[in-house]
Design a protein around this ligand. Structure first.
Ligand code: ADP
Ligand code: MG
Length: 225
């Protein structure tokens, strides 16, 4: 099975009052097509730093990130933002929807940014709203949605441009236990069905059985327990 996300020898250091701190230390990770990997670790262990590097939001001090086999290092700002738009889908702790837009418009914004043809975008929106079970809510404004519905819109939005890789930062943190399980079941199912690679940072032990692997960020590396 091909690896859609590969991190090789990722090191991240930060200067702190003249002292160099190594947060990530030659970290390696390969995530295969159809695989959902959970990443756990105490606060301050470097999870957000790791996710920022995997998501092309932060260029590491050393090392390489490959998406679908191609390195994303050394690209200019415009190319990096294209990579984020076309090849990566982000899901955050809170859905970060735009309050004055309807559900379908939240998704259309992404298609517009990517310059997708309108008819094609509308078809994709139909498909995705069906997939996340929100076809009946397509004309609803974000503020009228429940927490679980909002997160489902956020998942649909992350999938809009058919990215190779999904990155989720505590996607269940704002949901009750049952909704949290629903959301992660949905992410797991979509990752399998659509052959994506996904990495989810989480503190939520209840959702771990839905993940293919659970890794811990310790001493700057990702390890099994
Ligand atoms: P986590 O998400 O696991 O809580 P972070 O990746 O946010 O951890 O942070 C790991 C460590 O790196 C923390 O000690 C944090 O203060 C430090 N850090 C993160 N970003 C920066 C930065 N831009 N400059 C300096 N230190 C940083
Ligand atoms: Mg964090």
């Amino acid at each position: 099975m091909r690896n859609r996300l590969v991190l090789q020898g990722i090191t991240q250091t930060f200067e702190d009052g003249g002292v160099k701190r190594t947060i990530l230390d030659k970290l390696d990770l390969k995530v295969a097509e159809g695989e959902l990997v959970a990443v756990m670790g105490p606060s301050g262990s470097g999870k957000s730093t790791f996710l920022s590097i995997a998501g092309a939001l932060l260029e590491p001090t050393e090392g390489e990130v490959l998406l679908d086999g191609a390195s994303i290092m050394g690209k200019n700002k415009q190319d990096i933002s294209d990579v984020r738009l076309q090849q990566l889908g982000f899901i955050f702790q809170s859905a970060n929807l735009i309050p004055y837009l309807k559900v379908e418009e939240q998704l259309m914004v992404v298609a517009k940014l990517a310059g997708t043809d309108k008819n094609k975008a509308e078809k994709r929106i139909d498909e995705l709203l069906d997939t996340v079970g929100l076809s009946h809510r397509r004309k609803a404004y974000a503020e009228k949605l429940s927490g679980g519905e909002r997160q489902r819109v956020a998942i649909a939005r992350a999938l809009m441009n058919d990215p190779a890789v999904l990155l989720a930062d505590e996607p269940t943190a704002s949901l009750d236990a049952e909704r949290g399980l629903d959301i992660v079941s949905m992410i797991a199912r979509l990752v399998k069905e659509q052959g994506k690679s996904a990495v989810m940072v989480t503190h939520d032990e209840r959702i771990l059985p839905l993940c293919d692997r659970v890794l811990f960020l310790e001493n700057g590396k990702l390890v099994h327990h």
